[in-house]
Each structure stands twice: as structure tokens, then as C-alpha cells.
Design a binder for this molecule. Structure first.
Ligand SMILES: *Cc1c(COP(=O)(O)O)cnc(C)c1O
Length: 523
């Protein structure tokens, strides 16, 4: 499998090149040359595979054996998921009739980003080891310096994915005092020599601007061989497709239905996905295109609802306010203005509209790339683009969308913490998860057992205690601190007081960050 760009001007990249480069030279995002179909007998062949076995099968469709031999790929997958605390890696939990929660937070940092970043860290290490085979002299070895900016979960998941890896250094910039205390503790208590936290006095946008500056600085970039692990990295999307398949088989197993049977065909599954940068749900799109029988993919946003509005109107429009257009919500990992991975879906939608079967495939790619490029230019210059009725209709065939307020989010957490129905067990969910569950509310059937919602849970509730506290406070006979003690995982004990390593930067200036990076690397 080779990789090409969403802007249509770059193609024939290897998997390794796509993963290490992050962004394509024409400004687009890497996507596979074509989306492979799951084998025609996958419903039987894959039905009882473990998460790791399934990951191997799916990844093999996107990575040539000549690039990563299957024995190596198997090793990479097994190592990546050996750090998870649950034997199913991403277990499916039934909360009530018709509603299942797909728990994606059993990795090292208790958020779904671990599913992807554990693999990405091992891939980076694998590629470097191969490049450095036989090179003894330290100065001659290939090295990668990963630099990232985070407002929370990405930083800790990247640090846990890259810690203690040979020839790799990782620098994470975060805004001082603006990430949650648990997230800051998770990042800064990792004391491995190759992990460097930089706390920047400024906002998340300041951190991101500095990052952009560093990547645009050609000298700096090539001197330190900068690498990125942000959410547009193709390997992250790929890793995430696995749990869509895995949860489908888990569901049918728990319903005692044989995949591929007539009974199975009658089941309609909606996957509800709390969405920020559109990476998680895009993986669902790939799973669907590969052949997974999903009924709908539900894009669940908080008040930052550019995607919700797109799926209503076909128009993508930034609303710019005093605060740069971002609303601060109780689900901060989804507080974004423009979703970076959305461009990948736009390419497929544009391609679909770029002509019928008579148009040669290569021509369609170029045309779709031009259309996407035009939309992106419009978004930058006019703050909006309109995709038109045909594109919207195709998007709506596969997706649905909902937006959820903070009040609704809190109400949903409360509703499941303290269920009215005595036969229903209490379930504590984090605010991002609650956005997904709320958006799917009207789809959860009361009577029809054939309609099922699988709602993706992207973080452990103890990571986002503010929203949980709001939901629990005022509940008669419940003391929040007692309640929270029971929810909080033992891994968080002592985290807040553990030794930390972090460099503080008094002003959001690129030069100061460069100074720190060079000093830490001993240059
Ligand atoms: C990153 C994140 C999301 C959003 O995922 P995208 O892939 O960016 O759409 C949702 N919830 C949590 C907890 C996250 O960390």
C-alpha cells in the first residue's frame, strides 16, 4: 500500500514516509492510495480474534509485508497493547438495553489517545532502529526530536508512547496553569531522560504558534529532524479503526448472534463518537468503507459545533469571536475551531462528486485534490466554504450529527450515576463520553432490540473530575470526595505529589523554546 495526499499533488509515499512526515509536502494529509476491503469472509474469520490479532489483520491491509514483515508487525502490535490494563484492551460495557459504552481508556494515561500513541511510539522506534542498524558512533545515528503542543490528553499520551525510546527525544509544550492538574501531573512526573516538558506562560494557541514556527524553521527542522505526533498522523487513524471491528464482534458475541447470519443483518448499530479533531470518528469511516456493517456514525460535538453545522447544511463556517472562536466547555479535549482530520473525509466526499465511473481514477484524485484545496483556501480567506447538495447528501448517508451543551453533559453524567431504574447499575462517565451518550439519546431504543447504540468512551471520569463533581454535587446523601475516591484509579494515588521535571518559560516566544530544546539536548 502506498500513500497519497488529500490535495492530489503527492503520491507514492511509503507507510514509513507517511508516518514520519506527518503532513504531505503539498500541504495535504496522507491517505492510503485506496481503502482496502476487509477479506470477503471477515465476518467469520475475524469474529473471535483478540484485539491484538485483529489489529494485526487490519494493519496488514495497510502496511506491505515488504515494509514491515509480518513477524515484526505482530511484535509491534503486541508490545503496544501490553501496556493496557484490560485483557480486552477496549472492552464493551453494556449500560442498559440498547446502549453499550466502548471503553477506550484502559491505556497508560486513561484516555483513548493511548490506543494510537502506544503504537506510534513503537513504530517510530522500529523505523529508527532499522535506519541505525550497524551504526555504532552516536553522532552518526539517526535521531528524531518530536515536538508537540497540548491542551491536555495528547501530551501525556505522546509522552507515555515515546518515553525511554532510543534515539528519540520528546518535547511537549503546554500552557502554564491551563491544563488540568491531573494531566499536568501525568506529563511532568515522567522522569525518563528523553522526555522534556515545557510549561509556556501563555495560551494553548501560543504554544501551537510556537510549534508552527519551529516546523516552518527549515534550519532548525533539519538540524534536529523534527517529528510530529499530532492527530493528523496517519498511523493514529489506522490504529483506531481496530476497535470499531473489535466492538462489533464483542457486541454480537454478547447478544449470542453469529456474525454474518440473517439475524446479524437485522441489527442496526449507531456508533456515537465525541468529536474534536475528527480522528476518532474518521477511523469509523475507514472501518465502514472496509466493510464493517455500521448503520450510522454519529458526530457528537460540544458547543464548538462547526461539524454539527456542516452535517446540517453542507457549509463549513468558522464563527470567530473575541476568544478566537473557541468556547471553553466541560469537555476541553473537544474545544476546537476547525477539525484537522476533517480534510480526509472531505477528500472522499469531493472525489465522489468529482465524476462518475467513466472518469479515470487518477484523474478523480487530482480533481478531488483541487476541490479540497479550494475549500481550504476559502476557509482561510473567507472563513467558510460550501460543499453543495450532492456532497452533503453523501455525507449524510453515512454520518449524523448532534451538539450538546455543558448543562446537558452534566445532566447525562448525573442520570447514569444515579439511575432512576433500580435494575440499572450506576455508571460513571467522563464529560466527553457524556457528550456522545447525550447526542445519541433519542436513538437509544426503548423496545426495539435491533437498534443499538455503541457510544465511545474517550476518557476515564477521574481525569475530568470538574464535570463529574458538578453532576454529583447536591445529590442527597452523597459526599463528592467519598464518591470520587471510589471512582479514582489507584494509579492516580500519589501522582500529585510525585517528583516532577518541567522547564518554565516566562514568555511565549519561539526563541526561548529553541534555547531550552538546544540546552536539553546538550547542544
Ligand atoms: C482527543 C479527545 C477527543 C477528541 O478526539 P478526536 O479524534 O480529536 O475527534 C475526545 N475525548 C477525549 C477525552 C480526547 O482526549
Amino acid at each position: 500500500m502506498k500513500y497519497k495526499s488529500t490535495r492530489g499533488k503527492a503520491s507514492n509515499y511509503t507507510f514509513e514516509e507517511a508516518v514520519l512526515a506527518g503532513l504531505s509536502p503539498d500541504g495535504g494529509l496522507f491517505i492510503p492510495e485506496s481503502i482496502p476491503k476487509a477479506p470477503s469472509d471477515f465476518l467469520t474469520k475475524w469474529a473471535s480474534l483478540s484485539f491484538e490479532e485483529l489489529a494485526f489483520e487490519i494493519l496488514s491491509l495497510y502496511i506491505d509485508d515488504s515494509e514491515i514483515p509480518s513477524k515484526d508487525l505482530q511484535g509491534l502490535v503486541n508490545r503496544s497493547y501490553s501496556t493496557f490494563r484490560h485483557k480486552d484492551i477496549t472492552p464493551l460495557h453494556q449500560v442498559k438495553d440498547g446502549l453499550y459504552i466502548l471503553e477506550l481508556f484502559h491505556g497508560p494515561t486513561f484516555a483513548f489517545k493511548d490506543v494510537a500513541l502506544q503504537l506510534v511510539g513503537n513504530l517510530f522506534e522500529y523505523f529508527l532502529k532499522r535506519k541505525n542498524a550497524g551504526i555504532e558512533n552516536a553522532a552518526d545515528r539517526h535521531k528524531i526530536t518530536v515536538v508537540g503542543a497540548t491542551s491536555g490528553d495528547t501530551g501525556s499520551a505522546a509522552i507515555y508512547g515515546l518515553r525511554n525510546k532510543q534515539d528519540l527525544e520528546v518535547f511537549i509544550l503546554f500552557p502554564t496553569g491551563k491544563v488540568s492538574p491531573i494531566q499536568e501531573a501525568q506529563m511532568t512526573t515522567v522522569l525518563d531522560k528523553n522526555v522534556h516538558n515545557i510549561s509556556v506562560k501563555g495560551t494553548f494557541d501560543d504554544c501551537q504558534d510556537i510549534l508552527k514556527g519551529l516546523f516552518a524553521n527549515k534550519d532548525f527542522m533539519s538540524k534536529y529532524n523534527l517529528g510530529a505526533v499530532n492527530s493528523i498522523n496517519w498511523a493514529r487513524i489506522l490504529a483506531q479503526t481496530v476497535y470499531y471491528f473489535h466492538s462489533y464482534f464483542s457486541l454480537l458475541r454478547s447478544l449470542n448472534i453469529t456474525p454474518g447470519s440473517e439475524e446479524a443483518k437485522k441489527i442496526n448499530i449507531t456508533y456515537s463518537v465525541p468529536t474534536g479533531n475528527f480522528g476518532d470518528i474518521l477511523a469509523g469511516y475507514y472501518a465502514h468503507q472496509m466493510g464493517l456493517p455500521t448503520s450510522k456514525l454519529l458526530v457528537a460535538t460540544n458547543a464548538n459545533d462547526i461539524l454539527y453545522r456542516f452535517f446540517r447544511s453542507g457549509v463549513c463556517e468558522k464563527i470567530v469571536g473575541d476568544d478566537g472562536g473557541v468556547h471553553e466547555t466541560l469537555s476541553p479535549a473537544m474545544d476546537i475551531v476547525v477539525s484537522s482530520n476533517f480534510e480526509r473525509l472531505l477528500f472522499y466526499l469531493a472525489r465522489d462528486a468529482a465524476g462518475d465511473a467513466s472518469v479515470p481514477e487518477a484523474e478523480k484524485d487530482i480533481k478531488a485534490g483541487e476541490i479540497v484545496n479550494g475549500w481550504m483556501v476559502d476557509l482561510k480567506q473567507k472563513g467558510r466554504f460550501d460543499t453543495g447538495a450532492r456532497v452533503l447528501a453523501e455525507a449524510k448517508r453515512i454520518f449524523d450529527a448532534g451538539h450538546v451543551s455543558d448543562e446537558e453533559t452534566v445532566a447525562t453524567i448525573r442520570e447514569y450515576c444515579f439511575p432512576e431504574d433500580a435494575s440499572q447499575a450506576a455508571y460513571v462517565m467522563d464529560p466527553h463520553t457524556a457528550v456522545g451518550v447525550t447526542a445519541a439519546k433519542t436513538l437509544i431504543p426503548k423496545t426495539d432490540a435491533r437498534n443499538i447504540v455503541i457510544s465511545l468512551s474517550t476518557a476515564h471520569p477521574a481525569k475530568f473530575s470538574e464535570a463529574v463533581e458538578k453532576a454529583v454535587k447536591g445529590q442527597e446523601g452523597v459526599q463528592f470526595s467519598e464518591f470520587f475516591k471510589k471512582v479514582s484509579p489507584k494509579e492516580f494515588d500519589g501522582l500529585m505529589t510525585a517528583e516532577r521535571r518541567v522547564v518554565l518559560i516566562p514568555r511565549a516566544e519561539e526563541a526561548l523554546v529553541i534555547e531550552v530544546i538546544e540546552k536539553e539536548l546538550g547542544h
